[in-house]
Design a protein around this ligand. Sequence first.
Ligand SMILES: [Zn+2]
Length: 57
Amino acid sequence: MKKDLLDIICCPVCKEDLTLKTSKVDGEEILEGVLECVKCHNKYPIEEGIPNLLPPE
Ligand SMILES: [Zn+2]
């Protein structure tokens, strides 16, 4: 996913902003990492460049 996408996406649970804890970046592209909600602290993985924004069970 592009870094710009961070401005658009939000937590599916509480709609707050997500912070990125990156582990692998290629230029403007985030390949692997973890998105963490600033409010509820749910974590959403980014795998192979695709953010998984499904709410936790
Ligand atoms: Zn949240």
